[in-house]
Design a protein around this ligand. Structure first.
Ligand code: URA
Length: 233
């Protein structure tokens, strides 16, 4: 088995996170620093930062209603609060699945199942994510249609997406937008491309999984039915 898959299945990091650790040179097999292509064989001794890695086959899955003001990394070099601070104690091996910006709130998953994390975040799988957006001024149907058809952000056209107008007043609009990609700050940049800035952004769904009943800042384990749903997406 390739070393990155081994680390992901062992709950050390996501597949991409594992690649980073390998590139940093902190992963050793039988005492030798490995590279991205190295295979792990039965009986090999794998260490990360000098600590042995044991294969865990039992995975954990948590859902959080992330508040704004938290970064989505395991550690922040600027010393800001991270989403890891909101997890219950003894869950230090979990990692967040994908990212929400510092100022974005809402549905965030945590797991030590690297394969599921990879599946949910890889664009080719087109897992949908739905956001509630509040704009700083009312948005027109014409602007919404532009967003639905795809707009250029960082020189690349976004895929078609679904948008439902929830409310419009003379001061703002609220919409639900469902996208199947996950470019950096995608929703904010999409709205910026039609000259709107986003006043409030919250992820309310991943696929059909919702935040129902989870207060801001709260975390709970996914139910077996929810886990099964994600594994079969
Ligand atoms: N799009 C954004 O702009 N920010 C997020 O956090 C998620 C999606």
């Amino acid at each position: 088995m390739r070393i990155n898959k081994f680390l992901a299945e062992s709950g050390v990091a996501s597949r991409r996170g594992a690649d980073k650790l390998i590139e940093e040179g902190v992963v050793k097999i039988n005492g030798k620093v490995c590279d991205l292509g190295t295979e792990v064989n039965l009986g090999d001794n794998v260490t990360v930062h000098g600590k042995p890695v044991n294969t865990v086959k039992k995975y954990d899955y948590y859902i959080m209603n992330k508040p704004k003001g938290y970064v989505c990394t395991v550690k922040d070099d600027k010393g800001r609060k991270t989403v890891m601070d909101l997890l219950p104690p003894k869950t230090e091996r979990l990692f967040p699945v994908g990212r929400l910006d510092y100022d974005t709130e809402g549905l965030l998953l945590f797991t030590n199942d690297g394969d599921l994390a990879f599946k949910l975040t890889h664009p080719k799988n087109e897992v949908t994510k739905t956001y509630l957006v509040k704009t700083e001024k009312p948005i027109t149907e014409d602007e919404l249609n532009k967003l639905r058809a795809g707009v250029y952000i960082d020189g690349v056209k976004t895929k078609k997406c679904k948008i439902r107008l929830i409310e419009t007043t003379k001061n703002y609009s609220k919409v639900h937008i469902t996208i199947s990609e996950g470019k950096n700050r995608q929703v904010r940049k999409m709205f910026e491309s039609v000259k709107h800035s986003v006043d409030f952004l919250k992820r309310i769904k991943i696929g059909d999984l919702t935040l129902t009943g989870l207060d801001r800042g709260a975390v709970r384990k996914l139910t077996p039915v929810e886990v099964d749903y994600l594994l079969n997406l």
